[in-house]
Design a protein around this ligand. Sequence first.
Ligand code: AP5
Length: 203
Amino acid sequence: MAEVAAAHEVPEAVRSGNLRAVLLGAPGSGKGTQAEFLAAALGVPAISTGAMLRDAVALGSALGSKVAGIMGSGALVDDGLMAEVIRDRLDRPDASRGFLLDGYPRTTGQAATLDEILEECRGKLDAVVLLEVPEAVLVQRAVARRRDDDREEVIRERLRVYREKTEPLVDHYERRSLLTRVDGEQAVADVAAAILRALGRRA
Ligand code: AP5
């Protein structure tokens, strides 16, 4: 993280730790990698709903047993259950002054839930960054990683679900003038620098 901050100036406007931003992109586009990489530089927590659900499955919690099969098939967990998960997480003190969301929202219903949560605390979303990566590269990255849901047929299903349910959010946030597109095929540090520049322009 120090390398990122040193190599690429973190714009003053986003250094205050008040940023509320969403990383949007297909499975394997680098959302989790970038959220972890940038959260400390931005002074906000990286919140990954996928990681939270995987933790729940690993712990064998009630939530984990509800979502394990869904995740294994490449489908999405239903919006009602995800609303509880994200509401609980954003209620924690570390998220009160900002966050970098990875994997939420991924349906128009989830986007509406996020707006409701932010309205309740008189906050607003500052930026949405779309990581753009060609489909062939997404599949290569996921197959190379070998997570439980990284079998090729499950990856193809996750990509299909992304196109159907999540891609409409690109238009949704573009219409609200919140969206910036970033080339996610570059090296990790270059993607991080491009995201920081995009956030700096929007803060
Ligand atoms: P989730 O964990 O969110 O999976 P995903 O969106 O499919 O995303 P990935 O983790 O596969 O990719 P990523 O974009 O984070 O890329 P990463 O940084 O890991 O969700 C998993 C499941 O949980 C869903 O299928 C669903 O069932 C459920 N779920 C989660 N949230 C939900 C929600 N809101 N609603 C309903 N259901 C939900 O990188 C991928 C690989 O590429 C890594 O190996 C990485 O090292 C590599 N890489 C990253 N960047 C680069 C780069 N620039 N160059 C080269 N390699 C790179």
